[in-house]
Ligand binder design. Structure first.
Ligand SMILES: [Zn+2]
Length: 416
């Protein structure tokens, strides 16, 4: 992804010293850990005792005087890489499909308050015209979300969750626009988004889907099985063709039956496939979440919010795309038919639920919210762990595992 690398090197991020917290690194926790960020990138991550007063930045040759940096004392916090949410549709009273940049900015700010520092904007099933309009806006957001005025999670691209899905498993998507995959349509979105078209959810059993999978992989698009009634055999064929991701496992796909294991069986049984998990305790029973964890391990689970408009909002009436949604006790359902229609979840709560409801060790839950999603969207060089050279994206969690501070590119996000 050299194009995005080039872009990121042009912007000037913030400078910051985050000091003496419980630092989560790929090698495990460092109890008295500090992180130095210079011009938006991490230049030191390690034990505070080994923090030098002067640091040379290898890629610029410049010297950073650590004592000159603004400091965040992190003594009571867990310092983690910023969370990466590859599946969200809204938040703070806004829905992505309204196509407005200011709406996406407010959603990105709301997700930022829950520790998310990068996200993919998730488009639902809609007309090609509507999808292109949203893609244009998301492309603009990819550019402006690197700037200080943005004030929220950075927008890394697009997750197209439809329209190439199965009508039988349409879930909360609008059946009026469901159709078979079209390379022409996808190419037009690629022209708009460049490398920003990062995930496409499709049902492999719909006509033309199997042919399009290797074609998408050649173009570095992650293919995700979802909103599908595929059999185990059909799912295995799609995996052999290059699909290596599954959209919100258990939701909008057939159940695991011992004589008909379906997509769930194929995903759980195949190590190279990563399963998205909506860890709100509502979309998937904690017992089933535990099954996924035991089968896949933390390297193949990607925590997502699948959040809608009502995230960080009171109960009431909302929409998902064009469809009316009722939110009661934080649970969002379509007014017509009652299908679950997105969540009200933040990524910090997802991590906490994995620990508290499922019994997953914290370091494994953190991996599912950071390194795994970064890998799935081809962004591991820049995102997903606290290591020298990576972007200065951090989340500070309190003892209750909820996000207290979020840092994007070395800049502290506002709290309100
Ligand atoms: Zn979704």
């Amino acid at each position: 992804m050299s194009e995005t690398n080039g872009q990121s090197r042009q912007h000037t991020g913030g400078d910051l010293l985050v000091r003496q917290g419980r630092l989560y690194t790929p090698e495990g926790f460092i109890d008295d850990g500090s992180v130095v960020i210079s011009a938006g990138r991490i230049v030191f991550a390690g034990a505070d005792g080994s923090l030098p007063t002067n640091l040379e930045v290898p890629w610029t040759g410049k010297n950073v005087r650590v004592t000159d940096l603004p400091v965040i004392e992190a003594r009571d916090y867990i310092i983690t890489p910023g969370f990466i949410d590859v599946h969200m549709h809204g938040g703070a009273g806004h829905d992505l499909m309204d196509g407005r940049l200011d709406s996406l900015q407010e959603m990105a700010a709301a997700h930022g308050r829950h520790g998310t520092t990068s996200l993919l904007a998730g488009a639902v099933t809609a007309s090609q015209e509507a999808l292109e309009a949203v893609a244009e806006m998301v492309k603009e957001a990819m550019d402006v979300s690197r700037q200080v005025e943005w004030g929220g999670a950075q927008v890394l691209g697009f997750h197209l969750e439809g329209p190439y899905i199965n009508l039988e498993k349409v879930g909360a998507q609008n059946p009026a626009y469901v159709r078979s995959p079209s390379k022409d349509e996808i190419e037009r979105l690629m022209e708009i988004l460049g490398s920003g078209l990062r995930i496409i959810t499709l049902a492999p059993e719909v006509p033309g889907a199997l042919e399009v999978i290797p074609w998408l992989r050649e173009r570095r698009v992650c293919v995700s099985l979802g909103h599908t009634a595929a059999s185990y055999e059909e799912a295995m064929e799609a995996i052999a063709a290059g699909a290596d991701h599954a959209t919100h496992i258990f939701n909008a796909m057939g159940p695991l039956h011992h004589r008909d294991p379906g997509v769930v069986g194929a995903v759980l049984a195949t190590p190279e496939v990563t399963a998205e998990l909506i860890a709100d305790g509502i979309h998937v029973h904690p017992g089933a979440m535990r099954v996924v964890w035991r089968a896949k391990g933390s390297s193949r689970i990607c925590l997502v919010t699948d959040s809608g408009m009502a995230m960080d909002m009171p109960d009431g009436r909302y929409v998902l795309g064009e469809l009316p949604v009722e939110v009661k006790d934080g649970v969002a359902r379509l007014v017509e038919g009652g299908a679950l229609a997105s969540s009200t979840l933040g990524m910090d709560q997802a991590v906490r639920n994995m620990v508290e409801l499922v019994g997953v060790p914290l370091e494994e839950a953190l991996k599912m919210a950071t390194a795994v999603p970064a890998r799935q969207i081809g962004m591991s060089e820049r995102k997903g762990s606290v290591e020298v050279g990576k972007d200065g994206d951090l989340c500070l969690l309190g003892p209750d595992l909820l996000c207290q501070r979020t840092i994007v590119g070395g800049r502290l996000l506002p709290r309100d």
